[in-house]
Design a protein. Structure first.
Length: 278
């Protein structure tokens, strides 16, 4: 075989190899949905798969769940009994009395309120942890509300004091004492301290209320003065009579060596101040 013939055969073989490779069948993408039998093509669960790999993974996962403790989710056609069965499986107490709560010492939740809440929680299928969470939330907002109320009350009290001090000037302390004594004698300290107006302010701290009692105290009698913790009313004549009694000749008021001398002098000064400020 000469060189020309050998080269020709070599080229022919090379061409044949290339030809054979080009004629090999190419791998084609298969439409997974086309492999599903006609009887199952309408199954929605199968329509989510686009390839065999995903289908196999899903199948293996479902096999692992076989025998596991599963709770079926009721559909929209489920009855109350169906839902009750689910609640019980999830861990709802058998009865409303089965709910036990951890309550702070200062809670304002009464026993009757907790009982009503437990009944509703049981009806709704709440787990003990969920019910406790709601109780905790209620206590937290209740505590925050109390703190806010105290802050607002103190702010309103300070604002009222500024307003009345500006109005009464040097007579502020006397006016407030008269108003407080008369109001306490009329309504009681608890009522004044615990009664709140529509704006949330405490009755005894509201400037209009204080002003009204201060004005009333000064008008109880033509020359009346409200004084003392017992909230009694002294007239100017009574004050003069008391001063006269304390300053009689030979009394402690005049005797500097007497044990009650300073007390008598202080009381006479106080009475004169009341008389002058009336």
């Amino acid at each position: 075989m000469d060189q020309t013939t050998a080269n020709t055969q070599s080229d022919t073989l090379a061409t044949a190899d290339v030809s054979d490779q080009s004629q090999q069948p190419q791998e084609q993408q298969v439409d997974f949905q086309s492999l599903i039998p006609e009887d199952y093509k309408e199954e929605k669960s199968l329509q989510n798969f686009s390839n065999m790999d995903d289908f196999v993974k899903s199948y293996l996962h479902s096999q692992k769940l076989v025998g596991a403790d599963k709770i079926p989710v009721p559909n929209k056609m489920a009855t109350d009994d169906d839902w009750k069965a689910v609640y019980d499986r999830l861990g709802r107490p058998e009865t409303p009395e089965g709910y036990k709560y951890n309550l702070p010492n200062e809670t304002k939740l009464e026993e009757s309120t907790l009982k009503a809440f437990s009944e509703e929680a049981h009806k709704l299928g709440l787990l003990p942890k969920q019910a406790q969470g709601i109780i905790n939330y209620y206590n937290s907002i209740d505590e925050q509300s109390e703190q806010n109320a105290l802050v607002n009350e103190e702010a309103a009290k300070a604002e009222a004091e500024v307003e009345l001090r500006k109005e009464y000037g040097p007579a502020y302390d006397l006016k407030i004492a008269q108003a407080r004594n008369l109001a306490t004698n009329t309504f009681g300290a608890d009522f004044l301290r615990n009664t709140k107006l529509a704006d949330g302010s405490v009755l005894g701290n509201h400037p209009q209320v204080v002003r009204a009692f201060a004005d009333l105290a000064s008008k109880i009698s033509e020359d009346g003065i409200v004084q003392g913790e017992a909230t009694s009313v002294m007239t100017v004549k009574e004050i003069d009579s008391e001063i006269e009694s304390l300053t009689q000749p030979g009394s402690a008021y005049w005797d500097k060596t007497h044990i009650n001398h300073r007390k008598a002098v202080s009381e006479v000064q106080r009475l004169y101040e009341l008389k002058n400020q009336s």
